[in-house]
Design a protein around this ligand. Structure first.
Ligand code: GDP
Length: 418
């Protein structure tokens, strides 16, 4: 039915920390995540067994224990006997109000602009929130989050469960990324040994990475670590798999990236390939030059300059020196990690944003070819991490690369977004 694809997309969409909660007695998949504006949320997913008879108790458990039920049905199948039975159970337990009906696979029979019409029939079944999506094509997934928010905002019992403190997205998740031998495990060990007051190791059961929670200077952090890139001895054989896993992890959890470069080797082609991947995902990033203890003063300066030059496509990324073995530089790095994460989560007020852009359109306007001027009608920030802006213009075809750069630079000039 595409439920697990949807589940993964949802977690990706929420761009939050995903941790597996071990020690559960059933085979129900649980993912705990923090949703901005909502707080700590636990997703329960049934194991997806072939035989409905076997799966029934899991589904019933989930219905009985959830505050909101995302009831996923396959549009190409519709409301079959299995769906009817689940629905009856929902009605029996008096949880109809808590249901968001998600009609998946709409891409098979409908065009995206027809989705709203396509789901109209399902309202007739007695659901008050129905959302048509295509998990495969990642269409309309954002609507689910909005619907979830709506359900919570309109339910007094759920409101009580969300404390203002929880609403703040306070925990910082970060990943140490870099080529083998850059010193990633060394840094992690130094960290765990000297700086971390509380470490909680959770081994992933359904995912291929482990997370470590800790508190540093009153800030909660979670380090994401893909198994594999940690073990230098086993590197060669699994390197490729580890690389793919790392990319998946970065994409779905959107941590702040601590990108590690071995300063004794300089910034290599391999480093550049990796860092461009991170850059393309628009993740908050701090670059650290490790093994600085092996360089003399002149070499250090040279290395700093060379790295700056190579990262000229993203001059806002902070570059910090590090000695992972001794921990020299860690406090500075943590300061940077905290700062870039805060930047990635900033929201700019729409009115203020439009005033700033309008001002610069006059004082330092972007250049266009003759008779090809593109005017900005309206700008609004639609998302955080990555901060995403939608710009409405009079002629989309005239919005050339230079113009997009101009918008990017103007927003950065005013608001940073390192
Ligand atoms: P990983 O593959 O990125 O996890 O790299 P490791 O943490 O295994 O480190 C590779 C090698 O570099 C090990 O022999 C470390 O002792 C060494 N190393 C890591 N960081 C430093 C550092 O800051 N200074 C020096 N001198 N050696 C380091």
């Amino acid at each position: 039915m595409g439920k697990s694809t949807l589940f993964n997309r949802l977690i990706g969409q929420f761009r939050a920390i995903v941790t597996d909660i071990p020690g559960t007695t059933t085979d129900i998949l649980r993912h705990e995540t923090h949703l901005a504006g909502i707080g700590q949320v636990q997703f329960l997913d049934s194991p997806g067994l072939m035989d409905f008879h076997d799966e029934r108790p899991f589904i019933q458990y989930i219905v009985d224990h959830s505050d909101v039920i995302l009831f996923v049905i396959d549009d190409s199948i519709g409301f079959g006997p299995k769906e009817q039975e689940i629905f009856s159970h929902i009605m029996r337990t008096g949880k109809k109000e808590n249901v968001i009906l998600i009609v998946n696979k709409l891409d098979i029979n409908w065009k995206e602009k027809e989705y709203a019409t396509a789901v109209a029939d399902y309202y007739a079944q007695g659901f008050d929130v129905v959302i048509g999506v295509s998990a495969l094509k990642e269409l309309a997934i954002g609507d689910i989050k909005d619907a979830l928010q709506h359900k919570i905002d309109h339910s007094p019992t759920l409101q009580k469960k969300v404390t203002p403190e929880e609403k703040k997205e306070s925990r910082i998740s970060f990943a140490i990324v870099g080529k083998p031998n850059a010193g990633k495990s060394t840094l992690l060990n130094t960290f765990v040994g000297e700086y971390i007051s509380k470490v909680e190791d959770k081994s992933g059961t359904t995912r291929d990475y482990i997370t470590t929670d800790f508190i540093y200077e009153e800030q909660q952090y979670t380090i994401f670590d893909t198994a594999g890139i940690k073990r230098p001895g086993h590197m060669r054989g699994i390197e490729k798999i580890a690389y793919t896993k790392t990319k998946e992890m970065l994409k779905y959890t959107r941590p702040t990236v601590l990108f590690m470069i071995d300063a004794t080797e300089g910034i290599t082609h391999r480093d550049m390939t990796l860092i461009k991947e991170v850059y393309n995902l628009a993740l908050p990033t701090v670059v650290c030059l490790n093994k600085m203890d092996l360089l003399d003063k002149k070499q250090k300066d040279h290395m700093m300059k060379q790295t700056q030059a190579k990262l000229d496509f993203a001059t806002y990324i902070p570059i910090v020196p590090l000695v992972a073995t001794s921990g020299d530089g860690i406090p500075n790095i943590m300061k940077m990690v905290k700062a870039v994460t805060a930047e990635a989560r900033r929201r700019i007020d729409t009115g203020e944003l439009n005033r700033a852009i309008a001002k610069d359109m006059i004082t330092r306007p972007p250049r266009f070819p003759k008779n090809k001027i593109c005017k900005i009608l309206y700008v609004t920030q639609v998302d955080i991490n990555a901060p995403t802006f939608v710009v409405f213009v009079n002629y989309v075809a005239r919005a050339n690369f230079a113009f997009k750069r101009w918008i990017d630079n103007t927003i950065r000039n005013y608001y940073g977004f390192v």
